[in-house]
Ligand binder design. Structure first.
Ligand SMILES: [Zn+2]
Length: 484
């Protein structure tokens, strides 16, 4: 079945869909960390959910008229102020909506109208499911980044949904760009053995046969804490206001104007890239512009949340950090042992497409999670203070499950460059800010969707010569019924 909509219409639809999703993302980013907390609104009290209380002005409690809820435009129609009491509304909302809209558009253009089309994006039936999974991936990474930037916490529900989606997709059928590795080969057996080990460790952890690290603070792979650590409304004097009122970023007129000028420049640069050299490069430029707009919208929060920064800094200097890191090594004992055993001892595994795809997802999940976890454990052992959060471990495991082992490694090594760039900006603007690592991992993980394969190929050529790069080429994908 082929749906013959003109590309511009599909592009426009995805941009609008993205901006609506961005609008929902704003709600998720502010409410998810406080889910279930008692609030009262309109004479009723109950637990805070994603849909209740309805969106309202935090100052005068008036509801927002439906037509002002139009993504991006609503903020401009209101001129950035509440229609009733003229209380300023944060510029963060329309910027996040614009960023998500641009990301949806750039992925669609990249997959269906650049060289990537050759990799199987020929119709909405071929490649459409991959695009859908990648759009979900982008949204979850953005939500995790926004929450991490505000509260130094990544809700595990987000990463769990992403891992579950990757597992469901791999069973659904063959689609381009989804991870795949031969289940009968050593890598595939290693992935399957490691997964059995993870399940075993989780069971042991559940029955308390393995110790839980940082038991009093937060738990690895266990039930997620009901409130963000140490900064629920009770602990943080600002949190209650923030949870209700939303982000106070860019509220002065001058700063709003500066931010809007920067956004306009980024959008123009992305458009110029299409005009000048179309193709994958232009799509990647659009994606990068959208990432920068998102960071611009989300990051300046830190100034307001100094109290959170301080709590997190104190927490990471836990006196028992080294001992707790040792407990996490114990958790990894079974998965690593079983992965090695499975890789060395060939088992008769059936040859099936779904098993290869499952092995691909599991390998990516394990490689992504293990990279960050080992960095965390050995960083903590070396420094005596907690290096990287367990949220980052889950985040990269979920990223690996979607993009596979190769690209998750690439994203892990790209992330420091994003972080370094931000540090330089902070140094230039003389604002020293402590930031969690989640946003940098996420932004790198989004960029690898488009630049991952070319970058990997380039790196292999530079590091190991042309022969190595050609030995592991980006395998061409041929679909049944298509000319090879
Ligand atoms: Zn108001």
């Amino acid at each position: 079945m082929t749906l013959d909509f003109p590309p511009w219409l599909i592009g426009l639809f995805l941009f609008l869909l993205g901006s609506c999703v961005g609008s929902f993302l704003n709600v998720v980013a502010w409410r998810l960390p406080f889910r279930g907390q008692p609030v009262s609104f309109g004479g009723r009290s109950g637990p805070l959910t994603l849909s209740w209380p309805p969106s309202h002005c935090p100052n005068c409690k008036q509801g927002i008229k439906p037509y002002y809820n139009i993504p991006i435009l609503g903020w401009f129609m209101l001129r950035g102020r509440c229609g009733h009491c003229r209380e300023p509304i944060s510029l963060r909302y329309p910027l996040v909506e614009l960023a998500v809209g641009l990301m949806f558009l750039s992925l669609y253009l990249a997959y269906y109208h650049t060289a990537l089309t050759q990799r199987g994006f020929v119709s909405l039936a071929h490649g459409g499911p991959t695009l859908a999974l990648h759009l979900l991936y982008v949204v979850i990474l953005l939500a995790a980044s926004a929450i991490d930037a505000d509260w130094f916490e990544i809700p595990l529900v987000l990463t769990n949904v992403l891992m579950a989606a990757a597992l469901v997709w791999c069973v659904l059928g063959r689609q381009p760009m989804l991870p795949q590795v031969s289940a009968a080969g050593p890598w595939g057996r290693m992935a399957l053995g490691g997964a059995v080990g993870v399940v075993l460790s989780l069971v042991l952890l559940h029955f308390k046969l393995l110790p839980r690290s940082f038991d009093s603070e937060h738990s690895p792979l266990g039930a997620e804490p009901a409130t963000p650590k140490a900064n629920g409304p009770d602990n943080n004097p600002m949190a209650a206001d923030l949870a209700e009122g939303g982000p106070p970023a860019y509220l002065s007129r001058r700063r709003n104007k500066l931010a809007l000028a920067a956004v306009a420049a980024l959008v123009l640069l992305a458009a110029a890239a299409w005009w000048r050299f179309a193709g994958l490069g232009a799509a990647a430029a659009t994606l990068l512009a959208a990432i920068l707009i998102f960071l611009l919208a989300v990051l300046p929060q830190r100034q307001q949340a100094d109290a959170v920064t301080q709590t997190v800094t104190e927490e990471s200097e836990s006196p028992n950090a080294r001992r707790e890191a040792g407990k996490e090594l114990l958790f990894l004992l079974a998965p690593v042992t079983l992965a090695i055993v499975a890789a060395l001892a060939p088992l008769p595994l059936p040859t099936a497409g779904w098993l290869d795809r499952l092995a691909g997802v599991l390998l990516g999940l394990e490689v992504g999670g293990l990279l960050v976890w080992l960095t965390r454990i050995f960083g903590t052992l070396a420094l005596g203070r907690v290096a990287m959060g367990l949220g980052d471990v889950h985040l990269m495991a979920a990223v690996g499950a979607v993009v596979g082992a190769k690209l998750v490694v690439l994203a892990f090594f790209m992330a420091p460059f994003f972080a370094l760039a931000w540090t330089l900006v902070c140094m230039l603007s003389r604002r020293v800010q402590v930031l969690p690592y989640g946003p940098w991992l996420s932004m790198a993980a989004i960029m690898v969707l488009l630049v991952g394969h070319p970058l990997w190929h380039w790196y292999m050529t530079v590091a190991f010569g042309a022969s190595a790069a050609h030995r592991a080429p980006a395998a061409p994908i041929h679909w049944p019924g298509e000319p090879p």
